[in-house]
Design a protein around this ligand. Structure first.
Ligand code: CTP
Length: 404
């Protein structure tokens, strides 16, 4: 996550009764770490699963459980608590609470807070699969969606009751990602973005190969930022040790040729192509089908290389190319090589990393090269920078004025 990406956001975190209450401890930690203020309100049932003391310690604020709480001077907890909220998040949201919300009921603090709110409402359902599939629950969820309430999840998998199916609450990290995504402006709504990220791995024999030090962090951060901006995102990733950003479709590849083939298959459906991968320029002509052994005469192995396809240039050359964005890491003279590379690859925008020493780091500083000239963006962590780059790309789309 970006440093303090939810700074200034005030959330009401409403907890209802369910075993998934244990996940809310971690969710609260993630939200407060991102800079949000979190005001916890719990139903009576939620307090049976986790104590208000735990939630108070994690949120750093008193926890409210009753509309008759005398700590609110005017006795209007349902109005006072939500007055400054940017959103109410109900997590976990029980079957019973979804039913109450769908019918506008207000018989305890949390349900009254929801009815009296003047801010968006997000619900994170958590229940047994039969309860989730129950036609009444499905009707209620459809009604909540029709009322403009965001329904996050549920996930599917093993459940506390021992059954397997739909209904379990999203994991805390996924819930956090969905909330962070909710707050981002949807500047790429309706767009489809294809990206490459990470290094490639070019085999020499079954156990050895040539790769590079790209961590994939910048490409993954851009995929996350594009998803948060409302785009459908397809990420073609070389071998990296990174989790797939929430809501992103990921396709793993090893070699430059595989990356090229995956991109060429997917690209016809896409509006934007961002080549972030550090693609190997060459591969060995004949990959040995057995491990290359040392020989008695100590002869050194020799390899003949052939050139890999240039993925970015191939996409840019298509008869109807998407809006193409390249990346470049240079070891010197970025100002000269950046613009020269942009022209050579025939792309409208090329993003130059200030030095390959940014590989693997969490911070980055870049220059944007385009026909009109070069613009430097301030150094920032890769998530903040990714958001800024997505905003820059959105502004430059041929029909950007159609997007509000
Ligand atoms: N790229 C690509 N396919 C390749 C090589 C590069 O798609 N075979 C893309 C990268 O993803 C990046 C851009 O082209 O967006 C520039 O990559 P870079 O390695 O800096 O450029 P090269 O063309 O390899 O030039 P050189 O190594 O000579 O600097």
């Amino acid at each position: 996550m970006a440093t303090a990406e939810l700074a200034g956001k005030h959330l009401i975190l409403g907890m209802t009764g369910g075993i998934a209450c244990y996940k809310i401890a971690e969710l609260t930690r993630l939200l407060t770490k991102a800079g949000a203020t979190v005001q916890v309100a719990m139903t009576e049932a939620a307090t049976q699963f986790i104590t208000p003391v735990t939630m108070q310690a994690l949120s750093g604020r008193p926890v409210y459980t009753s509309q008759w709480d005398t700590r609110i001077p005017n006795n209007m907890a349902h109005i006072d608590l939500s007055r400054e909220a940017d959103a109410i998040v109900i997590a976990p949201a029980s079957t019973d609470f979804l039913a109450k919300l769908a019918h506008g009921m207000a018989d305890d603090l949390l349900s009254t807070l929801c009815v009296a709110r003047d801010c968006p409402l997000l619900v994170v359902p958590a229940m047994n699969r039969q309860m989730w599939m129950n036609p009444a629950t499905q009707r209620n969820v459809a009604q909540l969606r029709a009322d403009g309430i965001e329904v996050l999840g549920p996930d599917s998998g093993a459940q506390a009751c021992g059954e397997v199916g739909d209904g379990r609450m999203l994991e805390p990290e996924a819930t956090y990602e969905a909330i962070a995504s909710f707050f981002q402006p949807k500047i790429l709504a309706g767009r489809r973005v294809l990206l490459t990220a990470g290094p490639t791995f070019e085999p020499l024999d079954p156990v050895r190969g040539i790769t590079n030090r790209s961590s994939g962090k910048m490409g993954f951060a851009l995929a996350r930022a594009a998803q948060q901006a409302g785009a459908a995102v397809h990420l073609v990733a070389g071998p990296v040790a990174l989790d797939t950003p929430w809501g992103v479709f990921r396709e793993d590849v090893q070699t430059a040729q595989q990356m090229h083939d995956a991109v060429m298959r997917a690209v016809p459906d896409h509006d934007i192509f961002i080549g972030v991968a550090a693609v190997a320029d060459w591969r060995v002509d004949q990959v040995s089908d057995h491990k290359i052994k040392k020989t008695a005469d100590k002869a050194l192995p020799t390899f003949t290389f052939v050139e890999n396809p240039d993925i970015l240039a191939a996409v840019a050359k298509l008869p109807h190319p998407p809006f193409c964005v390249g990346f470049a890491a240079e070891s010197g003279d970025l100002e000269v090589h950046g613009e020269e590379k942009r022209v050579r690859k025939s792309v409208p925008l090329l993003i130059g990393n200030l030095g390959p020493q940014t590989f693997g780091l969490d911070d980055n500083e870049v220059i944007l090269f385009e026909a009109e000239g070069a613009t430097r963006l301030p150094r920032a962590d890769k998530h903040t920078l990714a958001r800024a780059l997505i905003a820059e790309i959105a502004k430059r789309l041929p029909d950007a004025s159609l997007i509000s």
